[in-house]
Design a protein around this ligand. Structure first.
Ligand code: GLC
Ligand code: GLC
Length: 814
C-alpha cells in the first residue's frame, strides 16, 4: 500500500494521506540553520548544533506521534469551527490534503470547508531563519471571516537541559513582544548573546507567549482554548513554557486569496552590543529588524525560494542518469544524492530516531558519508577532512566521535575502535580521486587539536595504516579494540551491569580479540594508500604497503577463511566467530563484502564462494541480514550484538549499510544481475508499494530493516541518518553503472544487469562535463570506450586539456 507518489519532474515526493505509518520527514536548511519537518508540520529547528542551540521543542517518544511543530490553526469566526491546515495537531478530517517534500523545502496543501491553504516551509540560503509562506484561498461561494493562528513552543536552547532540569527551567523563560514580533530571550540577560524571533507579515489581532494561556490548563495542542474561543489573551511569558503564537484576522471574499508570511529566526549580537539602549536589559533588535523587513515581503520570499531551487538543481546536476529502471533513476538523480547531503549536514545528530542530544560526529561515519557527497561539495568535503584529521590521535588512532561546535574529539566516548583511522584513508583518497587536489596531502594538520603537532596530512594517513600494524593479535589479524565497524561486536567489554555503555566499558585488556573485517579494510586502505604513494613518488611507502598488504592477505587465508566464507573475528578466549564451528553467528556479512571489495579471493575463486554463501545464508527478499543464526541469548563475551532481540539491528537485522558492500563485491566478480538484485531489495523507491510494512519514508534509506528472525520482518527503522546513503550511492553509481573517479581520470566500466540494453549519464568531473552513453552488444562485462569519436585503451578516460568543457563517451559492453 502506498501513502503517496513520486513526482520526479518536480523532484518531490507527494504524500496524499496525512496518517502515514510514521512521520515522513524532510530537512530544511543547508548551512547553519536547520529544521526537521514531517508531512504534518511536526519537527523542530536549531542553529548549528541540535543539542546546544535548539530553537523549538519537539517531543520524542510521544503519543500521539509527532508532537511539537510549526503549527497553524484556521478558525471560521462565524461558526467557531477550527482545524489545522497541516492536519496535525487537531487531526480534523480535511477535504483535501497533500504534502510535497522537496530538497530543502516542504509544502503542505489542504482544503477544508472551502478554504484552501498552502504552507511552504524553507530556509533561504545564507540566512539563519525559516520562512512559512502561507497562502489562503476562499474557494467557497460566500465570504469567509477567518482567524489564523501560528504556534511554536520555544526550547530553552540546551535541548538536554530542557528535558531534565525543570527546577531551573520553570523560572528562566523570558520573551519580549515588540511591534507584533515575539522575541525569545531566555538566558540573554546573562551569558547568551543570541535570541530567536518569530514574526508575521500581518498586523496582529493578538498573540500568546504563555503556553497554558494559549492551550488552557490540561489541554493539548489539538484543542487550544484561544483557538476555540477566537479570543487572544496577549500574555507575556515569565518562566514556565514560553511559546510563540500570532493571531491574524483575515477576511476573504469568495474566490479571494491572501498570502501571510511567518518567520522564525535566530540572531546573534556581539557581546558589547547586546542591549538597546546600552545598559538596559532590552534586546538590541537592529539586525533582526533589517532581516525581517526583507523577508516578510512575498516577492522576496519567492525570489529566495527560486535561489534555493537553483542551488539544488546545480548540486544534483553533477550526476544525472537515465537507465531502464525508474527506481534507479529517481534515487540516483534525486533522493539518494539528497540524503547524502543531509548526512553531511546532520551526521547522526538529529532525525526522528536520533534525538539531537545523543551523538556528535562519528569519525568513521563522517569519512564514509564523504563518499556520497564529495562530488557535489568538494570544498566542504576538504574542510571536513581537515577537521576530522585534526582530531586524530598521535598514535594514529582516532577519537570515535567529535563535537560539531568545537570540532574537538569527544573524551567521554574516547578511542580504541580499531577500524576508525583506516576510514580516513578511504575518505581522503575519494576526495583526491574526485578533485585531483593533491595539495591536500601537504596540508599541515594537528593531532588531537594540539598546537605544535602539525604534520602533513599524508603522514596522518601513514600513521593510520601503522596503527593497525602495531595492533596485531595472536593470529596476526588486527586487534578489534572496543569494536570495529560493527559497534555492537564488543569482544572486550564483558558487561553485566544494566545501562552500562557497551562501547565505553571495557573489562579486558584487548590483546586477544581480532577482526577479519579490519583485515579486509586494511588491505583496501593499503591499496588506496599505494595509489597515493605512487603519485607522490614515495617508493619506500609503496614497498611497505605492498608488503604489509600481502602479509595480511596470507594471514586472512590462514586464519580468516572458513572454507566457504570469510570468518568474522576471534573473541577474547581466542575462539572463532563467524565459522561453521559456531552454532549462532556462523556467518557474518561484513567480511564477505569488505574482503572481496579489497580483492581477496577474486583470483582463487573464494570470492565467488563467499558471495554464494551470502546468497544462501543471509539474503532475504527484504535485503541481506547481518549474520545467521541470530543470537538467541545475551553472551557476555560478545556484547551489545547479542543484546538485541533476534532480527533487530546488529543481531541479524538487515543492517542496510553493509548491503552495498555485497553489491560492490558482486560487481567486482562481474555479476551485474546479482549486484542489481541486491540493490533493488533495499531501494526505498522499489519498496514503496509495501509502505504499510516498510513504514519509513519510501524516498530515503533506513539504517535497518527487520531481519527474518524478527516478528516484523521487512519493517524499516532509523531512516535518513545512516552510512547506507553514501554506500548505496557508491555501489550504484560507481560499481554497477560503473562511473568511477580514479586518480588518473574518470573510469567508465559498468557491470549492469544482463537485460539492460544500456543507459545514458552526464557526470561533471574536474570541471568537465562527461556525456556518457552505454550500449550493450553482448552478454558479458568487457567494455570498450570511444572518447569524442576515438577509441581508447582501457576504461579510464585520460584527462582532457584545460579548454575542454564537454567530453562525449561511448561505452560498448560485450
Ligand atoms: C551505526 C554507527 C556506525 C556503525 C554501525 C554499525 O550506524 O553510526 O558507526 O558502524 O552502527 O554498528
Ligand atoms: C548502538 C546501535 C549501533 C550504533 C551505536 C552507536 O550500539 O546498535 O547501531 O552504532 O549504538 O553508539
Amino acid at each position: 500500500m502506498k501513502f503517496g507518489t513520486f513526482d520526479d519532474s518536480a523532484r518531490e515526493y507527494v504524500i496524499t494521506q496525512p496518517d502515514t505509518p510514521l512521520p515522513w520527514i524532510n530537512y530544511l536548511g543547508s548551512e547553519a540553520y536547520f529544521g526537521l519537518i514531517s508531512n504534518t508540520a511536526g519537527g523542530y529547528s536549531f542553529y548549528k548544533d541540535a543539542r546546544l542551540r535548539r530553537l523549538t521543542r519537539y517531543r520524542y517518544n510521544n503519543a500521539p506521534l509527532d508532537m511539537g511543530g510549526r503549527y497553524l490553526y484556521l478558525r471560521d469566526n462565524n461558526t467557531g469551527t477550527y482545524w489545522s491546515p497541516t492536519w496535525m495537531p487537531t487531526r480534523v478530517d480535511l477535504d483535501e490534503y497533500e504534502c510535497r517534500h522537496g530538497q530543502g523545502y516542504t509544502i503542505i496543501t489542504s482544503q477544508f470547508n472551502g478554504i484552501k491553504s498552502s504552507a511552504r516551509y524553507f530556509v533561504p540560503l545564507g540566512e539563519s531563519l525559516e520562512i512559512w509562506q502561507v497562502t489562503l484561498t476562499n474557494k467557497s461561494a460566500s465570504d469567509a471571516d477567518l482567524s489564523l493562528f501560528s504556534a511554536i513552543e520555544f526550547c530553552l536552547w540546551d535541548a538536554n537541559d530542557d528535558v531534565t532540569n525543570f527546577q531551573r527551567n520553570y523560572s528562566i523563560g523570558q520573551v519580549e513582544i515588540v511591534d507584533d514580533v515575539i522575541y525569545h530571550k531566555t538566558e540573554y540577560r546573562e551569558r547568551r548573546d543570541h535570541f530567536a524571533y518569530f514574526a508575521c507579515s500581518e498586523k496582529l489581532a493578538g498573540f500568546e507567549t504563555i503556553r497554558e494561556d494559549f492551550l488552557g490548563a490540561y489541554r493539548g495542542w489539538d484543542e487550544p482554548c484561544v483557538v476555540e474561543t477566537g479570543k487572544s489573551v496577549n500574555t507575556e511569558a515569565h518562566g514556565w513554557q514560553p511559546i510563540g503564537s500570532h493571531h491574524v484576522k483575515i477576511y476573504l471574499k469568495a474566490g479571494e486569496s491572501k498570502q501571510i508570511i511567518f518567520i522564525l529566526g535566530y540572531q546573534e549580537n556581539s557581546k558589547d552590543d547586546k542591549f538597546d539602549p546600552p545598559g538596559s536589559q532590552v534586546i538590541n533588535k537592529k539586525s533582526a529588524k533589517k532581516t525581517l523587513e526583507k523577508y516578510l515581503q512575498p516577492a522576496h520570499a519567492d525570489k529566495v525560494f527560486e535561489e534555493l531551487h537553483e542551488y539544488w538543481t546545480e548540486l544534483l546536476g553533477k550526476l544525472q542518469v537515465s537507465t531502464p529502471d525508474e527506481h534507479t533513476n529517481r534515487m540516483v538523480n534525486i533522493w539518494n544524492a539528497y540524503q547524502c547531503m543531509v548526512t553531511f549536514n546532520m551526521s547522526r545528530s538529529a532525525s526522528y530516531f536520533e534525538s539531537g542530544i545523543g551523538r556528535g560526529m562519528g569519525f568513521r561515519d563522517s569519512n564514509q558519508d564523504l563518499l556520497g557527497f564529495v562530488h557535489m561539495i568538494p570544498e566542504r568535503a576538504r574542510e571536513r577532512i581537515l577537521d576530522i584529521s585534526a582530531t586524530q590521535l598521535k598514535n594514529g588512532g582516532a577519537f570515535h566521535q567529535y563535537q560539531p561546535l568545537t570540532k574537538r574529539g569527544n573524551n567521554d566516548v574516547g578511542s580504541g575502535f580499531n577500524d576508525d583511522p583506516l576510514w580516513l584513508v578511504l575518505g581522503v583518497s575519494a576526495y583526491v580521486k574526485e578533485t585531483g587536489d593533491w595539495s591536500i596531502l601537504d596540508e599541515e594538520v594537528q593531532y588531537e587539536n594540539e598546537a605544535g603537532t602539525e604534520c602533513p596530512l599524508y603522514e596522518h594517513l601513514q600513521r593510520a595504516v601503522q596503527y593497525t600494524l602495531e595492533r596485531l593479535g595472536p593470529h596476526d589479524l588486527p586487534l578489534i579494540g572496543r569494536a570495529d565497524w560493527n559497534d555492537c561486536l564488543n569482544l572486550n567489554c564483558f558487561s553485566d551491569t544494566p545501562g552500562q555503555s557497551f562501547q565505553t566499558t571495557t573489562n579486558k585488556e584487548g590483546k586477544v580479540a581480532e577482526s577479519v573485517f579490519i583485515a579486509g579494510l586494511f588491505m583496501l586502505a593499503c591499496q588506496e594508500m599505494a595509489g597515493i604513494a605512487k603519485h607522490r613518488g614515495d617508493k619506500v611507502g609503496i614497498e611497505k604497503l605492498t608488503k604489509a598488504s600481502a602479509e595480511m592477505e596470507k594471514t586472512v587465508w590462514a586464519a580468516g577463511w572458513d572454507g566457504d566464507w570469510f570468518r568474522r573475528a576471534y573473541d577474547d578466549f581466542g575462539h572463532v566467530l563467524g565459522s561453521k564451528e559456531n552454532s549462532e553467528g556462523r556467518i557474518f556479512i561484513e567480511p564477505q563484502g569488505m574482503c572481496v571489495m579489497a580483492g581477496l579471493g577474486v583470483e582463487n575463486g573464494n570470492a565467488l564462494k563467499a558471495l554464494d554463501s551470502v546468497a544462501e545464508h543471509l539474503a532475504t527478499p527484504h535485503g541481506i541480514v547481518l549474520q545467521q543464526p541470530a543470537f538467541s541469548q545475551y553472551y557476555l563475551h560478545l556484547g551489545e550484538i547479542s543484546s538485541y532481540p533476534p532480527g533487530y539491528k546488529e543481531n541479524a537485522g538487515i543492517f542496510c549499510h553493509t548491503n552495498p558492500w555485497v553489491m560492490i563485491a558482486e560487481a567486482v566478480v562481474g555479476r551485474g544481475d546479482k549486484a542489481f538484485d541486491y540493490y533493488q531489495r533495499i531501494n526505498p523507491s522499489a519498496r514503496e508499494e509495501i509502505s504499510e510494512l516498510h513504514k519509513c519514508e519510501p524516498y530515503v534509506y533506513a539504517q535497518m530493516i527487520a531481519g527474518k528472525d524478527a516478528a516484523t520482518h521487512g519493517e524499516a527503522k532509523n531512516s535518513w541518518l545512516t552510512g547506507t546513503a553514501a554506500w548505496n550511492y557508491v555501489a550504484i553509481t560507481q560499481n554497477i553503472l560503473g562511473i568511477q573517479p580514479t586518480f588518473d581520470g574518470l573510469q567508465v566500466k559498468p557491470v549492469i544487469p544482463s537485460a539492460w540494453k544500456g543507459f545514458e549519464a552526464t557526470r561533471s568531473f574536474r570541471g568537465v562535463r562527461y556525456e556518457i552513453s552505454v550500449v550493450r552488444e553482448g552478454t558479458g562485462n568487457s567494455v570498450t570506450l570511444e572518447v569524442d569519436g576515438k577509441s581508447i585503451d582501457g576504461t579510464v578516460i585520460p584527462l582532457p586539456n584545460k579548454e575542454t568543457k564537454i567530453v562525449k563517451v561511448k561505452a560498448v559492453i560485450r
